[in-house]
Design a protein around this ligand. Structure first.
Ligand code: DGL
Length: 270
């Protein structure tokens, strides 16, 4: 394999505080089926939502260093909270293209008929500069209502995707937003689209919940095309690592993978 082929067939790295980024991974393999991937779930340190910025940056930098050492050609920060705390900073520290996550406010604002849109996200994402820049740029014409989705990350990490407790928690969060007349809700945490069937059941057509994954993967594709490094014919290899227990990650990814995947433990220096 020559150097150009090596780069084209190099994996795309993804990471999240836990297993939520699998909602991004599943869209990546659907839209870019020849790309290999390496996914890191920092489940030992999950949730990131209440951690200080400096801590999230340090954790993200360790994971990025690992992904670069594995030969990744691009990294998706598949976590809204890590993107809010670290995306701009990571771009300054490392010479690799990054794609980050932010709530899908632009399509939400465009589609809203009531003029009210909601964002369900972690505290870290709602406080971040990234979100405020996006509101300024894309959501000036609507009222934006925010809600911290307390407890939801934990339910997903524990594999409780459709239990009565998860439904109760989700209902509480969504009803608060619905009471503000929102008709579009941006899912601002990558764990939440994994709850989409339950979300749709609760919303029952009263509002639309927007998963940012398709837009994120389109951006990945654009960046790969700029550098001419999109894999177009390779047989992909998908590797999964967790800094905590591998069980839930493996279970979650195998819901969406055509071939069985075994997740490996990963110890970061810390
Ligand atoms: N998936 C992460 C996000 O998108 C979860 C946040 C957390 O760990 O609190 O924000």
């Amino acid at each position: 394999m020559n150097l150009i082929e090596q780069k084209v067939n190099a994996p795309i790295g993804l990471f999240d505080s836990g297993i939520g980024g699998v909602s991004i991974w599943r869209e990546l393999v659907r839209l870019l089926p020849h790309e290999s991937t390496i996914y890191v779930a920092d489940s030992a340190n999950c949730p990131y939502g209440f951690r200080p910025t400096a801590e999230i940056r340090a954790l993200s930098a360790e994971i990025v260093t690992f992904l670069i050492a594995q030969g990744c050609k691009l990294i998706v920060v598949a976590c809204n909270t890590a993107s809010a705390a670290a995306l701009y900073w990571l771009r300054e520290q490392f010479k690799i293209p990054f794609v980050g996550l932010e709530p899908a406010l632009k399509p939400a604002a465009k589609a809203s008929k009531t003029g009210h849109i909601g964002i369900l996200a972690t505290q870290g994402t709602l406080q971040g500069e990234l979100l405020h820049n996006t509101i300024r740029t894309h959501a000036q014409t609507v009222q934006v209502h925010v809600r911290v989705g307390s407890g939801l990350v934990k339910q997903v990490e524990n594999g409780q995707l459709d239990t009565p407790m998860t439904k109760k928690l989700l209902s509480e969060h969504l009803e608060v937003l619905l009471a503000k007349k929102v008709d579009q809700i941006a899912l601002g945490c990558t764990h939440y689209p994994l709850l989409q069937p339950l979300i749709d059941q609760i919303l029952a057509g009263r509002a639309v919940a927007i998963d940012p994954a398709p837009a994120v993967i389109r951006q990945v594709q654009r960046l790969l095309n700029v550098d001419n490094i999109q894999a177009l014919s390779a047989t992909p290899l998908h590797q999964f690592y967790s800094t905590g227990t591998t069980e839930q990650l493996q279970r979650m990814v195998n819901r969406f993978s055509a071939r069985p995947i075994v997740a490996q433990p990963l110890q970061l220096k810390g």
